[in-house]
Design a protein around this ligand. Sequence first.
Ligand SMILES: [Zn+2]
Length: 451
Amino acid sequence: MDPHRRVFRDGAVLIDGGVISQVGRTGDVKPQRRAEFEIDAKGKVVLPGLIDTHVHLAQALIRGSADDTALIDWLQKFVWPLQGNFDAEDGKVSAQLCMVEMIKSGTTTFLESLLHSRYGFDGIAESVGRAGMRGFLAKTVMGLPGYGSEKSIMHPGMIEDGETCLREVESHFKRWNGKSDDRIRVWYGARSLGGCTPQLYTQMAEGAKRLATGVTMHLSEVQEDVRYTKKEFGKMPAEFMDQVGLTGPNVVFAHGVWLTETEWKILARKGANVAHCPSSNMKLSSGIAKVPEMMQTGVNVGIGCDGGPSNNSYDMIREMKTASLLQKVRTMDPLALSAETVLEMATLNGAKALGLQDQIGSLQAGKKADLIVVSMQKPHLTPAFNSVSHLVYAAEGSDVETTIIDGKIIMENRVVKTLDEEKIIHDANEHATKLLQRAEIDITPKWPMEK
Ligand SMILES: [Zn+2]
């Protein structure tokens, strides 16, 4: 993954500090001094770290808690009551669990889209710093406790006030943005349509401009989004977002399932990005985003795993395959979304969505050393003639052996060095059990449970 998409059969990457200094044929890559460490990647593939453009850190703890239901019921009956009972310790454990999973499946950068204050922003930001990941953290901004035309359906524990949210984004920004060697960024996390007044959206657009930061939001995930803006404002969702000033290159819209051609043109012209979340859209029966058409119109589209109750995995390698297959079956055209395009979406397009196209997303001298090493010496990856095809169609997250972020080895031979995986799994089980009790939600198999 470089500007010319060159594939080296016998290649090497030289890292100096946090930056890639040389990429090329092994014989041509010459360190100026003796290397501090060397990784033998024979029989393996080295590629840029994957970029997840739509993640909910706080939903790892509620994985599998809301299956076989559609979005608004899913939110109202399961996700909001559970998240409305979170405390800062739950938030931290969930974020750490999510990050261990991401690191172990090759994700190096992520955009977390909605952090409620009760999840404990400081604990989560501090965990991102410690984990060594590149994390974009969007603090929730909301003013109305609803979704679309459904009023007052939000769990009391999830309700926040608009002015307070805006103030908190600013204070988190001052405290955390650019910290941990610039690996942490603070964004605005706008609630979905029906959760904010038009004025609140405009305030976020102005705030993001002033702070030179980004805004992310779920948009046109379900048909209700379209019904709502048409009824309230006589506009399509993206037309409405354009009117409130939220369609610039610093904006990432998650889903975009029901966006129309007119809306793609607005996003393409203004530079707003889309995070495509195929597994979530399939599982919640939201619909199928017209990704190839959107991209042909000029919209930059990345990939997102979404969350623990909607996917229910944070494995970007698995998500790449789903993204490709979903478009093939929708269009009945096997060329609709090729392995090559999907890999670009998970790397370069993700980088562009986050405004980091000059820093990450490809293996190039001068870019940050965020890269992963994937083993190809596995039965399910043999024979290995076309590594791009294997990465998208045959590999799984657990084939990632080594994860390097900012030049630091975060995982080596599947052992995460920055976080205590065993303790996190233990703590997550404990916190999840208590959380279910507090929220009075029962997740047992539908089949008879033998004691
Ligand atoms: Zn989401």
